[in-house]
Ligand binder design. Structure first.
Ligand code: ADP
Ligand code: MG
Length: 509
């Protein structure tokens, strides 16, 4: 199924309404027309006042509330995520244009952004969808100077950034990326999710002590992983939702920064430049150019978001711009970038897989039944010879010959009863009958042996399948292992105060 990238625009409220505000018009909430001021320096002097048009899925004006943005942008994306499709929402724009405000939110619960709202929505929705059982996992990482770090590792509260374990990336034969040193936390309700988000934001803030503006120089990826088990089947699905707050997209001129900052600027600009290159390459490929190679591997961020950018993922971008003329060059750069992103489409599919636990459970039950059957079979029937009291009754089980020579069928019946110990002895009246009895015994023996071999083959095949599945299950990605080894470390967070985002007590909503 094709899924066109959706690109939204959000305008940050202007600080000074009259003096220096950007001149623009919004048409039908879908088009932004920017009226260029006379002296914008795009390498040339602008003598004529031009209008530039940019199209979006939706334009959110300066007055748009957090709730309005969430409902319009996120609700359909999360519904698709809950149905088993991967999804990514990323915010792109210059520093100060409202990326973090849009994704995480501001100080109050009322002003919370997409991430906490998404958590509430996810848990509300899964409560309603009772045909499935869901498991939710959360991870949160920061990419800073081309290194990725776990923001949910409690040890990071006490150690400086230099001592943190970097997240390592591995690619398997199917080009799937696996991450080491990223904890994954199972999350049972909205509050646990919000606690993790706040812990991550707090750790992010702690990590940025040397430069208090660090948050604008790093990318942040909050990932929700969902496992959905259909109660009536052995398939389950796994989907991932990445909520990404990118570093500021402004080009920091070299003259303004030096030393460490220059290094950072280089990395940040590079990774955003690589992001742009990936988008351009994908655009060219879509337009039919022979572009096999998409340069995902040039930066950590594009490698991590490879699926979001050109793979199996429903992807949404929120471009944020300031409404001041001072920032118009950066705003135009964001707007232009967003137009390129808006042309892309991904091929998406539901991530279904066999629910190994359910299969193993079923096989274990089947195995038990088989073993029981086998035992019963080996005993050669249920009754034993100890039941002597019913001998007269047992005699009555015998076919009656009434003086006539007994038929082969009757002999077989008699021999079967004898072998199953349902009669104590074989009563034979002639040599001919004795021979018939031996014949019947031979036939029965052969039939039983055949049945026995078939049964054993069946059981050993089942057991082999069972072993294969167990081995596969063990091998099946470090993801499951990580999940088992990690638990939400919210305790320590609660003991600390003032995280970057402190939601005030939740209002009646
Ligand atoms: P960025 O993450 O892009 O660097 P921030 O989200 O930190 O920018 O926004 C910078 C400042 O502007 C913050 O104080 C934030 O609260 C405020 N702000 C951003 N967007 C809005 C908005 N739409 N409405 C109100 N305040 C906003
Ligand atoms: Mg920010």
């Amino acid at each position: 199924m094709k899924s066109q990238f959706e690109v939204y625009l959000r305008l940050k409220p202007s600080n000074n309404q009259s003096q220096n505000a950007m001149q623009y018009q919004i048409y039908q909430n879908k088009k932004l027309q920017v009226l260029l001021p006379k002296h914008v320096k795009f390498g040339m002097i602008n003598h004529t006042r031009d209008n530039l048009d940019f199209n979006f899925t939706h334009v959110f004006d300066q007055k748009s509330s957090q709730e309005h943005v969430f409902t319009n942008v996120t609700t359909p994306v999360i519904n698709s995520f809950l149905d088993g499709y991967n999804a990514t929402i990323f915010a792109y724009g210059q520093t100060g244009s409202g990326k973090t405000y849009t994704m995480s939110g501001a100080e109050t619960w009322q002003l919370r952004g997409i991430v906490p709202r998404a958590l509430s929505y996810i848990f509300d929705e899964i409560d309603k969808r009772n045909k499935f059982e869901y498991k939710i996992y959360i991870s949160f990482m920061e990419i800073y100077n081309e290194n990725a770090y776990d923001l949910l590792e409690k040890k990071h509260l006490e150690t400086p950034l230099e001592q943190w374990n970097k997240i390592a990336l591995f690619e398997d034969d199917q080009n799937n990326i696996h991450l080491k040193n990223l904890s994954i936390h199972q999350c049972n309700n909205e509050q646990e999710g919000i606690d993790l988000l706040m812990m991550g934001n707090f750790i992010r803030q702690v990590s940025s002590t040397p430069m208090n503006q660090s948050s604008s120089r790093s990318h942040c990826i909050f990932t929700v992983t969902l496992e959905g088990y259909e109660t009536s089947s052995e398939t389950c699905f796994v989907s991932k939702l990445h909520l990404v707050d990118l570093a500021g997209s402004e080009r920091i001129s070299k003259s303004q920064v030096e030393g460490n900052l220059l290094n950072e600027a280089k990395y940040i600009n590079l990774s955003l430049t690589y992001l742009e290159q990936v988008i351009i390459a994908l655009n060219e490929r879509m337009k039919g150019a022979n572009r096999q190679h998409i340069p995902y591997r040039n930066s950590l961020m594009t490698t991590l978001l490879k699926d979001s950018l050109g793979g199996n993922c429903k992807t949404v971008m929120i471009a944020t711009i300031s409404s001041e003329n001072d920032n118009i060059e950066e705003s135009l750069s964001t707007l232009r970038f967003s137009q390129r992103v808006g042309q892309l489409e991904n091929e998406i599919r539901r991530n279904e897989k066999v629910d190994l636990e359910a299969v193993v459970k079923r096989l274990e039950q089947e195995k038990l039944v088989l073993i029981r059957e086998l035992e019963q079979y080996q005993r050669g029937g249920a009754s034993t010879s100890s039941n002597k009291k019913n001998q007269q009754q047992q005699q009555n089980l015998l076919p009656q010959s009434n003086g006539q020579p007994i038929s082969q069928k009757d002999v077989q019946e008699k021999v079967e009863l004898y072998l199953n110990e349902r009669i104590p002895m074989l009563d034979v009246k002639s040599i001919e009958e004795t021979q018939k009895c031996f014949e019947a015994m031979k036939d029965l023996y052969n039939t039983r042996m055949k049945e026995y071999v078939t049964e054993l083959t069946f059981i050993s095949e089942k057991l082999q399948k069972y072993d294969e599945i167990l081995t596969r299950k063990k091998e099946q990605s470090s993801f499951l292992e990580q999940k088992e080894n990690s638990s939400p470390e919210v305790e320590i967070y609660r003991r600390n105060e003032s995280p970057q985002i402190t939601f005030k007590k939740r209002a009646n909503q």
